[in-house]
Ligand binder design. Sequence first.
Ligand code: GAP
Length: 493
Amino acid sequence: MRKNKIALKEIVSYAKKYGFIFPTSEIYDGIHALYDYGPYGIHLKNNIKEYWWKSMIQINKNIIGLDTSILMHPKSWKASGHIEKFKEIFLYNKRKNYSYRLDFWLEQIFKRTSKGDKVVCKKFGKIKTKKNNLKKRIIQYIDDNIVFKKYKKILVLVKQLKQITNSKDQWNYLYEEKLMFKIDFKQQTIYLRPETAQGIFTNFLNVQNIRKFQLPFGIAQIGKVFRNEQMARQFIFRMREFEQMEMQFFINHKEEDKWFKYWKNQRLKWHLTLGLGEKKYRYFEHEKFAHYAKKAYDIQFNFPFGFKELEGIHSRRNFDLKQHEKYSNKQLRVFDKENQRYYIPYIIETSVGIDRIFLAILSASLKMEVLKTKTKRILLKINPYLAPIKAAIFPLLQDKRLIAYAKYLFNSLKTSFLLTYEENDSIGKRYRRQDAIGTPICITVDFKTLKDKCVTIRYRDSMLQERVLIKNLKQAIKQETSIKKLVTKFLML
Ligand code: GAP
């Protein structure tokens, strides 16, 4: 059996052909960086969400969930700092009429090693130090939000960096783009949320009133977010509309390091249970933080275009609640019994894009295999729980009695599992179609079934077949595809 590494363009065409992801409004030629999830994609996406939700809410007695609205009071975004600071800085090349995101350009100039946090230079010694200093100064200007006061200085630094690295790019000026989409609402401007986190912070009091939690406790949310990305590319990796799964963990500030480490480990463990391979992941420590963060690690994944951010773990400290207190005049505090005072807790955030997990799963699980018989098969080798369809039921041939029996089986199992029924084409072709969408089990009704009340189960990965009594069928599918198995694996790791 031969296995090949899959390129991004093959994943894009597979995703469309097999009903996972379509370009949005395709009949009108689509819109850049917006996608629709197809009939199989939607199930895979929902299964990822369910697994995350259970791993957060069900197994932690001190984490609860919310579903807050996408449109929020505009003051929320003033308080959160997004109106002022949520933007990207671009370098513009006049001759080529081409822009590049400054942080991406810096990242490219400072190619990273596989360890993730070391800077590799073409030349060493003094030049390396000089380069690092130049980069630090540029990042400082970005962090201090004084890019436009200092932009001439930055261009000089960029020019010096260019000379050291022999880069041929001719950058003429810098400009900024705000990342939040605006909409008009009753004569005022409101925004499509760029993160779900703020809905959690603005509900902090409501949750406290309901649950009277002691620290530490968490609030989790899954939802759509929108960002006016200027360099949206790489399929569903960077989109303008995407979905996040975020958890805000409220802690005593003295325990910041403990809980930061805990969630950094927990989140990597969670990803590892998906079975995409340990080597595909690495940590990346940030030097440059988002305006709300004081400490940040990414869990990166080795996508077809290299290691990139999959999930962020941030210490937001008390930035957000402090800001919302200031703008709302409401106290967003917890009571400290020991010191008999109210105070604003620190927050450790875990934030991951579902679409990026989806792309990670497709890119690591899609295999093109050449079998011993020299025939080819496309195989989506995903965890059976994540599979869009849990089992396919076939009559061996287009025989009335076999069809009736297979349909009866489908009806008796459909309330327990998401199944599919097929009777067209040869059994071999039906297997190939199910392998390609990752269905872990195919069940065939043949003439023997009518006598011995057994069916043939064929497993996706091994292609092994076994006879199973119909009365044991439900248990066999459950055993193979239940979420319990995955959650238990997560707890044991
Ligand atoms: N609340 C913190 C926050 O939003 P972020 O690093 O900007 O942090 C968190 O985003 C996660 O959201 C990222 O790790 C990534 O998985 C996902 N994400 C961010 N921008 C995205 C985009 N344009 N398209 C798809 N996913 C994106």
